[in-house]
Write a protein that binds this ligand. Sequence first.
Ligand SMILES: [Zn+2]
Length: 297
Amino acid sequence: MADQLLRFIPQTRGVRGAIVRLEQSWRTVVERHALPAPVRDRLGELSAAALLLSASLKFEGKLIVQIHGDGPVALLVVESDALGGYRATAKLRDANGIVADASLADLVNRNGRGRFVVTLDPGREHPDKPPYQGIVPFEGDTVAEGLEAYMLRSEQVPTRLWLAADAQYASGMMLQRLPDNRDADTDRDWEHIQILADTLRRPEMLQVDNETLLHRLFWQSPMRLLDQHACHFRCTCSRGKVATMLQMLGRGEVDEVLAERGLVEIHCEYCNAYYRFDAHQCESLWTPEEPGSKARC
Ligand SMILES: [Zn+2]
């Protein structure tokens, strides 16, 4: 079954893992953006990785993983939550400068100034907790290598990721070495489980479902399955949020756009929704709400 994330642990101590395979939800992302294949595939890998990292955190808010690029790709970004919801988008600087076999480094680290930014946003339910942000320079040549470096440097959690994506599927597996239980036996187990997982190849990851893949890799020492949850495309934009954003922008700027274009139009880069406000709807942004009435829009 696709669009599922499965968490597992080996029989031995000190390691945990998760595997995810995205199908329909990933196609929803793909059809909303006309991206060159190398950019699309890296965004799919980043989506799988963000969901895997979200599932490993005891955290209810949003995880936002960004790769800021200094090459033909300016930004890859995925927002995900621990319940399997995610949205993803990319910003290109120069689509013509992208060759078919471009590596991630070619796309985002052409001048050595690419960086990974990971943000944990507790959300509006926890106004007392500010967002936490970690930033590391771009390292390695793949999404997996970049995030492995981030997890080690910023979180001190040894993490390995195997990721693959095309126009149809995005898949990933993550293994993490837990901070407790450090001894020679668990060191050996950690090495062994990585050697088995390193036999994973892209075509297999794209074509085979989670449980079959786990069985093929670890049949000699089967994994204990912890839990499974569905993953889905979820854009958090809404007309109400756009109205709040326009109110924060202020009447002066909104009126300026209205005078120039006769309409204020806001585009969501994640889901391609357009929110349009005519003069009358803009005017209602500045009208105080009736006590007890619902939010406008
Ligand atoms: Zn949206």
